[in-house]
Design a binder for this molecule. Structure first.
Ligand code: HEM
Length: 139
């Protein structure tokens, strides 16, 4: 009952425009949907597996604050970014300012892209113990 029969519209031009709008919408959805689904699949493993990772305390993380051995905490997860610090698009120095520490606020403050988030996942090595977590509340 609610659908409009475009062939009965008084102005054929409006009907034509509506058809063209509908076809553009479908084309747009067909272009972007695979990307959306793909990115959902890509980010899933990292968020699913963190609970089986070894736990390291903030104190233990702080021992890894060197250019040749560099760990960083972001949202309670621990990343060994030793191999990445020299390639960081935002610079090496800024990474070293956060070496061995929790960099969550700095990382978020920059508004890193989804690409950065994806890059990050390959360096995941551990998680903070429950009592030191601020974001991941379950064990
Ligand atoms: C360790 C994990 C990190 C990864 C994987 C990472 C990755 C990236 C990537 C891929 C970019 C290019 C822009 C983008 O795609 O968003 C970028 C830019 C940048 N990052 Fe990081 N980043 C990390 C940590 C940090 C930290 C701790 C800071 C500290 C504030 C930082 C500061 C910046 C800045 C200032 C830029 C340049 C932004 C611009 O020029 O617009 N990043 N980072």
């Amino acid at each position: 009952m609610n659908s409009i029969d475009v062939t009965k519209l008084t102005s054929p031009l409006i009907g034509q425009q509506m058809l063209s709008l509908a076809s553009s919408t479908i084309k747009l959805a067909a272009t972007f949907l695979p990307n959306v689904l793909q990115s959902a699949v890509k980010t899933a493993p990292s968020s699913a597996n963190w609970s089986t990772l070894p736990e390291y305390s903030l104190n233990q993380v702080s021992w890894h604050s060197y250019t040749g051995d560099c760990w960083i905490v972001i949202r309670d997860k621990i990343y060994d970014v030793t191999k990445f610090i020299q390639q960081h698009p935002g610079g090496f120095e800024i990474m070293m300012e956060h070496a061995g520490r929790d960099a969550t606020l700095a990382y978020r403050g920059v508004g890193h892209s989804d690409d950065a988030e994806e890059e990050l996942q390959q360096y995941l090595i551990g998680v903070l113990p429950l009592k030191e977590r601020m974001y991941l509340k379950t064990s």
